[in-house]
Write a protein that binds this ligand. Structure first.
Ligand code: C2G
Length: 446
């Protein structure tokens, strides 16, 4: 029996895929189809795949052309599969010409002509693009504009900023305005990265006008305002999403699953440090950075693993802050201690201070170590007293997680259902916990 194998993502299965499978099948008597796993696609930079692996496998099965469907999970698997299944022919579309010649050492390699005029990317692109307007003046605004170019189905069409110079100098966009109403009139969705004190007004206005919102955390400066905005989003049938890029990193979410599955025993402590220095063009330290004090700039990220692992119902909170002389509510460094039943957490944040940005999660059997900068997690270790049991994990992270965050936002808009990577109760609790504390209140920490 002559065995043939082919591989693909087979997203939104179309005529081109079916013809490829038919021709591959004709090359032998038995056809094995390898469908890529979601992780494998992500690691090879295919981030816009619309269907889940389960749906893609189902669609390939339903063609009735595959005698067997397998999952492709890792680089180099093709060689393993060819040996394991005793493959005679490896077939793939001509768009891969030359790329799989190395498999010629194991079986015959055939490149089949592609079907012209149809592709998953085109089908995805044909859908109307979501027009996104950005508001704000933090450095992440630039990153979001750049990262959105990797995401099908959206385009950044305008910016609104209080800082006219920043807008003029840094952006090449069709619409630049200092008037927020003008921006939201011309877009379907808004990415809010204005100063935290402005979030509530910006989000409310956007939602009231039926626009979806992705907002840099903290969404607002109080839990009640945050809840009110989520309720408004539901009422208006709009998406409101918290933008903490770390939540969208594959390594970070795997790390959470490992902890939740009990690998390190019961979690007794979460210790997160997040700091950065702010500099202006002259290299001088710019402490007062557009109202993003340490608590608002880093608090949400630092609190994320705490709330995701220990929950939001802490019993006690103590905050110690060091303030910049020039501004009442600008903490250059804060330490948040949270007490839970049977666990504690410490989050240290600094905007204008530098320390080792690690995350350590201690458990009764072992601990997790995520090296600096842990908020861009691509690597972590599970460590035990007996070092032989230690495990190391690495997952590719492109665009600091921002592009996956935008993909989730666009998918939520298209499916009209929020993909809540960050639970709403966590977003609300973040708002409540980071709401500083000016010089006076720091003397009587809550
Ligand atoms: N294809 C085709 N004609 C089209 C579109 C796709 O013949 N109009 C073929 C591709 O050449 C490929 C198969 O259909 O052989 C699956 O295509 P994709 O789903 O785009 O998968 P791809 O990214 O090419 O994955 O390890 C993964 C594989 O190497 C290929």
């Amino acid at each position: 029996m002559k065995k043939v194998i082919t591989y693909g993502t087979f997203d939104l299965l179309h005529y081109g895929h079916i013809r490829l499978l038919e021709r591959a099948k004709r090359l032998g008597d038995y056809l094995i189809v390898g469908v890529t796993s979601d992780d494998f696609d992500r690691s090879r930079g295919k981030i816009n795949v619309h269907q889940s692996m389960t749906d893609r496998v189902k669609a390939v099965r339903e063609t009735g052309l595959a005698d067997e469907v397998i999952v492709e999970e890792y680089e180099g698997q093709k060689i393993d599969d060819i040996r394991k299944y005793g493959i005679d022919v490896f077939a793939i579309g001509l768009d891969w010409e030359g790329k799989f010649d190395y498999l010629g050492a194991y079986c015959k390699v055939v490149y089949l002509p592609r079907t012209e005029g149809v592709s998953s990317s085109e089908i995805r692109r044909e859908k109307r693009k979501v027009r996104i307007g950005v508001v704000g003046e933090t450095p992440v605004v630039k990153k979001i504009v750049n990262e959105s170019r990797y995401v099908d189905g959206c385009e950044i069409t305008g910016i609104c900023s209080e800082d006219g110079e920043f807008m003029e100098k840094e952006f090449d966009l069709p619409l630049k305005t200092e008037n927020f109403s003008e921006l939201i009139e011309k877009v379907d969705a808004v990415y809010v990265a204005s100063r935290p004190g402005m979030h509530y007004a910006h989000i409310k206005q956007a939602l009231e006008n039926g626009k979806h919102v992705l907002c840099e955390s903290p969404i607002t400066l109080s839990a009640s305002e945050c809840r009110e905005l989520f309720d408004l989003a539901d009422k208006k049938g709009c998406i409101l999403m918290d933008a903490i890029k770390t939540a969208y990193s594959t390594a970070y979410s795997r790390m959470l699953l490992i902890v939740k599955s009990g690998s390190i025993g019961k979690v007794v402590s979460v210790n997160a440090v997040c700091t950065s220095l702010r500099k202006n063009e002259n290299g001088d330290k710019l402490f007062y950075f557009k109202n993003w004090n340490s608590m608002s700039a880093w608090g949400p990220t630092g609190l994320l693993p705490v709330f995701q692992l220990l929950g939001v119902d802490y019993k006690n909170k103590k905050v110690f802050s060091l303030f910049d002389d020039r501004a009442e509510d600008y903490d250059i460094y804060s330490k948040i201690d949270l007490e839970y039943d049977g666990a504690v957490a410490t989050v240290q944040v600094g905007n204008g201070v530098k320390a080792e940005g690690e995350l350590v999660i201690a458990g009764t059997d072992g601990y997790i170590y995520v090296p600096a900068p842990w908020w861009k997690t691509d690597y972590f270790e599970v460590r035990f007293e007996n070092g032989e049991k230690n495990r190391r994990y690495f997952y590719q992270l492109d665009g600091e997680g921002l592009r996956y965050e935008i993909v989730s936002f666009i998918k939520s808009i298209e499916s009209k259902e929020s993909i809540d990577v960050i639970d709403r109760r966590i977003s609300e609790k973040i708002c409540e916990t980071v709401a500083v504390t000016n010089r006076k209140s720091s003397k009587t920490p809550r």
